[in-house]
Design a protein around this ligand. Structure first.
Ligand SMILES: [Zn+2]
Length: 468
């Protein structure tokens, strides 16, 4: 057997997922994501280790930008093969890639303007990483890979996609490679989710594989015990309604927004919060929520029961999906208390900034954080308790209540990652620990050695290994 595996992303870092497999005269990528860490962003411009038009197929684990965000670049460079993904992943990835293309186009325009103003010139061409047209061309290449069915990728190579429980449509991918009368199985974890979270199913038990690549985002950590999210949410809503203010929630468009809607739908049904006007004010979140509604076959048992009761996890009376700018602007005219969910999740852009301006000076309103806020983001500054913040060039005093609910996470912690590995049943020939910062990846490798005694390796960026 000879299989080459090259780690071209998410090796001792957490973004830019990209793994190249060469076997049976075929080149396959698993994921082709965008680098998002500030220090690593220039890698987005690096050429792939092999020409894009020499690739046979791309297999996509899930629709997050750090997994699909370089696919349009691949297409721009000449890739014309199939992109296999679950139907829900394809639907969400399309939204994410088009949005990313728009951002790339805007970024380059702003950069050009700034450089003209400052009389500078860049050593790099003023060209977007890729354009909307490249993203649209990528969208045409998607092919459906239903869960738990073998898809033929090339001679002697099949793939099967399994529920990863991370975001809607997410999967772990098992690749079977046959040469002569021998077969090897490579299992790519993708991002592993958690058990018993709303709407999506638990990570699947996949069984044995010869080689496994496992993510380690939280490989050195245990999540805080999941606080009782519905209780906390009801408490924040009710206290704010008593004061007569609004609840403004910065939220990510994929998964977190729908999880919030699920909890709000239940709280309303149980009479634990009053009927309020509620808004999802993010065109991307609105489109992603529509994907959820189209793929109810992927809901977990609890969510199916909810549907049978006539209740929808992503919809309830009084909920409005605001698409247009006019709809968004009209929200500030609502007289009674309202719940406003808007992007971006870390307040770095999007419509949330307008809602912050309209509410952050009001002591009756609440700004509620439900996700991670990276250092330096506006969300982080608010959470750190600044008295005054700057939005759109103006200063705004922070008078609103600032709250946070912990316990939302789309990633397994180290014990849940071990639980996922338990699903393999027997020891693989080797475990490659990927998709984690260097410390987290090494800590998780040590944990695997200690708990399971399996051979582990933490690959470096661009490292190539030969699998036999
Ligand atoms: Zn992810």
């Amino acid at each position: 057997m000879e299989i080459k595996l090259r780690f071209f992303g998410a090796a001792q870092n957490v973004t830019g997922s990209c793994y190249l497999i060469e076997a049976n005269d075929t080149r396959i990528l698993v994921d082709c994501g965008l680098y998002q860490e500030r220090d690593l962003k220039t890698r987005n411009w690096d050429p792939l280790p092999v020409p894009a038009d020499s690739l046979h197929a791309v297999l996509l684990t899930h629709a997050h930008l750090d997994h699909c965000g370089r696919i349009p670049k691949l297409v721009k460079e000449g890739f014309t093969g199939p992109i296999y993904a679950t139907a829900a992943t394809a639907d969400i990835a399309k939204i994410i890639m088009l949005d990313s293309a728009h951002i790339q186009e805007e970024d380059i325009k702003h950069k050009l303007k700034r450089h003209e103003r400052e009389g500078r010139s860049s050593p790099f061409p003023y060209e977007a990483l890729y354009t909307t047209e490249d993203a649209e061309n990528a969208i045409k290449l998607f092919q459906n890979a239903p869960y738990e069915q073998e898809v033929k990728i090339a001679d002697g190579i099949t793939a099967a996609f399994f529920e990863a429980g991370h975001i809607f449509g997410s999967s772990s991918i098992k690749l079977n490679i046959t040469q002569g009368d021998e077969t090897r199985t490579l299992l790519f974890s993708g991002d592993v989710g958690r058990w018993d979270v709303p709407i999506i199913r638990d990570p699947a038990v996949i069984g044995a594989a010869d080689y496994v690549l496992v993510e380690s985002t939280y490989g050195d950590r245990d999540h805080k015990p999941v606080a009782d999210i519905p209780d906390a949410l009801a408490d924040v809503v009710n206290r704010t309604v008593e004061r007569g203010g609004n609840i403004v929630i910065p939220s990510f468009a994929v998964e977190r927004t729908q999880e919030l809607l699920f909890h709000l739908s239940n709280l309303l049904e149980e009479g634990r919060i009053p009927h309020l006007l509620s808004f999802v004010d993010s065109p991307m979140a609105v489109r992603v929520t529509e994907v959820f509604k189209r793929h109810s076959e992927l809901f977990d048992d609890d969510t199916n029961e909810m549907l049978q009761r006539g209740q929808h996890p992503c919809d309830f009376p009084g909920l409005e999906m605001s698409r247009s700018v006019d709809q968004s602007k009209a929200i500030k005219d609502v007289q009674s208390s309202a719940i406003i969910i808007a992007g971006s999740g870390m307040c770095t852009g999007g419509r949330i900034k307008h809602h912050l301006k309209n509410n952050i000076t009001d002591p009756n309103s609440t700004i509620l954080f439900v996700g991670y806020q990276a250092v330096g983001t506006l969300g982080r500054l608010i959470l750190e308790g600044l008295d005054e913040i700057r939005i759109h060039g103006e200063k705004w005093p922070v008078n609103a209540a600032i709250e946070r609910i912990e316990g939302f996470s789309a990633h397994a912690d180290r014990n849940e990652l071990i639980r996922w590995l338990d699903g393999m049943g027997s020891a693989p020939k080797k475990v490659f620990v990927v998709h984690g910062e260097t410390d987290a990846a090494h800590a998780f490798a040590e944990k695997i050695t200690a708990e399971k005694g399996w051979p582990v390796h933490v690959p470096a960026y661009d490292e190539e290994v030969i699998l036999d």
